[in-house]
Design a protein around this ligand. Structure first.
Ligand code: ADP
Ligand code: MG
Length: 312
């Protein structure tokens, strides 16, 4: 097994647990999430709807309180109570892009306000004119016309609205962006454009992404590494290519089998794998996070580790 690569870690998530509600109504949406995100990479988080992806994103953003574990940004704990200085730093450096551009923009505000709002907090030193100039530039950066600043969100298409959302995140010059299913709600024809934009911005500015999606089809092309989450548990983590070619956990394999094949003849013959959590026998032994191949981790029991290693 190889050593953890010598790369700068930007974000560490350790034994993260997030619970909605309390008492008898408590619902643990994230059980025990563990992963590191390296500076400059695109880290993919994939899992079906309701598995806890957005919850993890919102916990990192400090929108949601955590009920266990730690989130470290640049080595500093950012969950729970933190200093005002650190809070200001996190607000500036970590931004989020939301899934649904139809509902994530304030309909009553002009684009100039939506895009420039974050600056009021992060750059109180700027004059209104300087802020306006930054909004112009941010709109240009995402491929929109600066004149759009004086319009309202309803005047734009889904793709344009998502670009406005990206401009809003970009304007404070973040180091880390959580992109929560940024293309899921968009028409097929404009998905590639938005993906290319995100990629271009990463290349130009060295931004690190946590990229969230519910299927693996796009994920494999844009992510450096991928973590697979199932009902609040991260079940597998590896380099994107490794994960796709040597998937170990049965849940990951079922996600892979769901990706449509370009060849219709093969697609018709394809066997869909169905994942049934009842296949695991964890009554005697709780599953553990184990490295079964180089930099390739799986949540499993010792017996499963032995059997699955043979199968891959
Ligand atoms: P994903 O983003 O993977 O689709 P979410 O993180 O949104 O999943 O949700 C994970 C689980 O937490 C789901 O079962 C969902 O119903 C539940 N959940 C999400 N938000 C809330 C909330 N505000 N209150 C209670 N439960 C919630
Ligand atoms: Mg979600």
């Amino acid at each position: 097994m190889t050593e953890e690569r010598e790369r700068e870690i930007l974000l560490e998530v350790k034994d993260l647990e997030v619970t909605y509600g309390s008492g008898r109504k408590a619902y643990r949406a994230v059980n025990c999430a563990n992963f590191n995100i390296y500076k400059g990479e695109t880290f993919g988080l994939v899992g079906e709807s309701g598995s806890g992806k957005t919850t993890i994103g919102r916990a990192i953003m400090r929108i949601l309180p955590t009920s266990g574990g730690e989130i470290l940004y640049k080595g500093q704990k950012i969950n729970g109570k933190i200093s005002h200085t650190l809070d200001q730093q996190v607000i500036k450096e970590i931004q989020m892009i939301f899934q649904d551009p139809q509902s994530s923009l304030n309909e009553r505000a002009k684009v100039s306000y939506i895009v420039g709002e974050g600056l009021m907090n992060v750059r109180p030193d700027l004059t209104a004119a300087q802020r306006e100039e930054k909004v112009r530039q941010a709109l240009l950066d995402v491929g929109l016309l600066p004149e759009f600043a004086s319009r309202f969100p309803h005047e734009f298409s889904g793709g344009q609205r998502q670009r406005i959302g990206i401009a809003r995140a970009l304007i404070v010059e973040p180091e880390f962006i959580i992109a929560d299913e940024p293309i899921s709600a968009l028409d097929m024809s404009i998905r590639a454009q938005v993906l290319n934009l995100l990629r271009h911005l990463q290349k130009e500015r060295g931004i690190t992404y946590l990229f969230i999606a519910h299927d693996l089809s796009v994920m494999r092309y844009i992510s450096d590494r991928i973590a697979v989450i199932h009902k609040g548990d991260i079940v597998e983590l590896a380099d994107a290519e490794e994960l796709v070619t040597h998937a170990i956990h049965p849940y990951t394999r079922s996600l892979l089998s769901a990706i449509p094949m370009p060849n219709p003849r093969l697609e018709r013959k394809k066997k869909l794998l169905v994942y049934d959590p009842a296949m695991h026998d964890y009554s005697k032994e709780a599953p553990q996070w184990r490295q079964l191949r180089p930099n390739h981790f799986v949540l499993c029991s010792a017996a499963e580790a032995e059997q699955w290693s043979k199968e891959v």
